[in-house]
Design a protein. Structure first.
Length: 161
């Protein structure tokens, strides 16, 4: 089996996911720039997963880099691709609604953003662009990406990892 990973994914930052996939016999092909997202089953697949390391990255994308974020959602919709944002941090709705962004990151001022604002934006993007948002713990993200893309996980080798 093969999984396509966007060449813009930083090498060395996704070792847990790569170990998961390697243990299941999945080859990762980094030779292409994907239309949208970070991971697809094929270059013409209709589902793509875009990973965010945490809620801070999602907030930054939605509120600081809004034009680029919206362009990707529009590109997915225009190409008939279901784009799923996977935030690699475990949140439920109640925790999300109460969340507040850090005031500073690395000594630099960050956005004054609250979880309820992110939640409202997630609903808006879902409705406008048919994108989805999912959360999972970083340790489970490799397996979750496979599930979201439609891999039959049970048929893969070494499913206990």
């Amino acid at each position: 089996m093969k999984l396509y990973e966007d060449v813009n994914q930083k090498q060395g930052h996704h070792t847990l996911k790569n170990k998961c996939w390697q243990s299941k016999g999945i080859e990762v092909d980094r030779s292409h720039r994907l239309i949208v997202g970070d991971y697809m089953l094929s270059l013409d697949a209709k589902i793509s997963v875009d990973t965010k390391q945490d809620l801070v990255e999602l907030a930054s994308n939605m509120f600081c880099d809004k034009a680029r974020f919206e362009k990707e959602c529009i590109r997915a919709k225009n190409n008939g691709i279901k784009l799923i944002f996977l935030i690699e941090e475990k949140f439920d709705k109640q925790k999300l609604l109460k969340w507040q962004a850090p005031k500073q990151i690395d000594g630099k001022r960050f956005l004054n953003v609250y979880g309820w604002q992110i939640y409202n934006e997630m609903k808006r993007y879902s409705k406008l662009f048919n994108v989805a948002f999912r959360f999972c713990h970083k340790l489970a993200s490799g397996k979750k990406i496979l599930e979201l893309l439609g891999f039959d996980i049970k048929s893969l080798t070494n499913d206990d990892k």
